[in-house]
Design a binder for this molecule. Structure first.
Ligand code: UD1
Ligand code: UDP
Length: 380
């Protein structure tokens, strides 16, 4: 069986790495990786290949940045050629970025079986580009692998055939388990002159939070307020860095004492920062899950989440408005709380990639086609 797995943007690499490893352990699976190039900076792409021990991608489409339509269309055109050439039995996509949607569409239009890892998540907010990507991808997938109970409920409500849906846990947590010890051995916190559990870790990249000057101004108010309480480490996404420059906030930012602005961090470095932080302030999807697993309090600056288990079982609190005063009051409350939830969401146990691989292999009764080729028969 030949599986083509797609990566494109930062949150894809840590999901595909354990899957590629699990596929590669199967004698009957040929696992190939296609990188769309949606993210392309060394620190948004290559660093993850090295750290997560992924081989060089078999194909690099090099699409780069652009509007949603341009990026999606460019990926579709380039990916179609690869699928036609490779004739895979299965295309596997993860998450909810534009690369996910584009490759899912191409696969299904060529009648290739499609697996979606991280299926069923819904924020309910269709203004988020990711929500459209999730809905469309799930609606055409043949195998839907779900991370948390809410995903099962959404897919059932949307009428997806239950035989296609598998509750397998969270493959992102597989990577976290795989690299946790390496992160523990890093002395990054010390080298930044910080103390363990005595700093705020921050990331911010949603267009709704960083694409307007007044929003960036609030983020700066927030950082100034946080820095009065404890040092802040800000790992800055290129979208955010670009907007800070564009709106002319660089000087004000550089003048905040007790703020460490870092370029996008490698996976191991970021894991080390998360593990050692007192609290995380973010608008990331994946970081809500990782902080829940690590039991680090997390304030998510968004009005919705597609990952509600991080609130009901985890350490996450949603703050619906980008308002510095509001966020600071949540921050004060949160760091005074002594008791944090102690549970771990079901099947977030580091074994999800193997579960997915086992399901795919058990479904892959390779059926001879009349032309002599073989085809993944997931209807069996
Ligand atoms: C994308 C995903 C988002 C995900 C995020 C993870 C979509 C619709 N969005 O958002 O769901 O949370 O990745 O990080 O797929 N840029 C660089 N270098 C890079 C990549 C991007 O400079 O390597 C800059 C470019 O100016 C680009 C901007 O960042 O225009 C945004 O990149 P894009 O991939 O469009 O969206 P993200 O905000 O990264
Ligand atoms: N991450 C990283 N370096 C950073 C920031 C995040 O390695 O500087 C990792 C983080 O640990 C998680 C993933 O990137 O595994 C989340 O990606 P991101 O926040 O870019 O996207 P989202 O999850 O919001 O789609």
């Amino acid at each position: 069986m030949k599986v083509l797995s797609v990566v494109g943007a930062r949150p894809n690499f840590m999901k595909v790495a354990p899957l590629h490893r699990a596929f590669s352990r199967q004698l009957n699976v040929v696992s190939k990786i296609v990188h769309t190039g949606q993210h392309y900076d060394e620190r948004m792409s290559d660093i993850f290949f090295n750290q997560l021990e992924l081989p060089e991608p078999d194909y690099y489409l090099g699409v780069g940045s652009g509007s949603h339509a341009v990026v999606t269309a460019k990926i579709m055109i380039a990916f179609e050629e690869i699928v036609l050439k490779e004739q895979p039995d299965l295309v596997l996509v993860v998450g909810d970025v534009n690369s996910t949607l584009a490759c899912a569409l191409v696969a299904k239009k060529l009648n290739i079986k499609l697996a979606h890892v991280e299926a069923g998540l819904r924020s309910g907010d269709r203004e988020m580009p990711e929500e459209l990507n999730r809905i469309v991808t799930d609606s055409i997938s043949d195998l839907l692998f779900v991370t948390e109970h809410s995903g099962m409920v959404h897919l059932a409500r949307e009428g997806v055939d239950p035989d296609k849906i598998f509750f397998v846990g969270n493959v992102m947590i597989d990577s976290l388990c795989d690299y946790r010890e390496k992160a523990e051995r890093l002395r990054l916190v010390e080298s930044l002159g910080l103390e363990h559990n005595k700093f705020v870790l921050m990331t911010m990249h949603r267009p709704s939070n960083v694409d307007a000057a007044d929003k960036i101004a609030v983020i700066l108010d927030l950082i100034e307020g946080l820095c009065e309480k404890m040092p802040v480490v800000f790992s800055m996404h290129p979208r955010t860095a670009k907007n800070i420059r564009h709106f002319g906030f660089e000087e004000r930012l550089n003048n905040i004492s007790d703020l460490k602005i870092l370029p996008p961090q490698g996976y191991i470095e970021f894991l080390s920062l998360m593990k050692n932080s007192r609290i995380i302030v973010t608008d990331s999807g994946g970081i809500q899950e990782e902080s829940t697993f690590l039991k680090i309090p997390c304030l998510t600056i968004r009005s919705t989440t597609e990952r509600p288990i991080t609130i009901t079982m985890g350490t996450n609190v949603l703050i619906p408005k980008l308002d510095a005063k509001l966020i600071l009051s949540h921050f004060n409350k949160r760091i005074e709380e002594v008791a944090l939830p102690t549970g771990t969401p079901p099947l977030w146990d580091g074994k999800t990639a193997q579960r997915i691989t086992d399901i795919i292999c058990s479904k892959s009764l390779l059926k001879a086609k009349s032309n002599g080729a073989s085809k993944l028969n997931i209807d069996a």
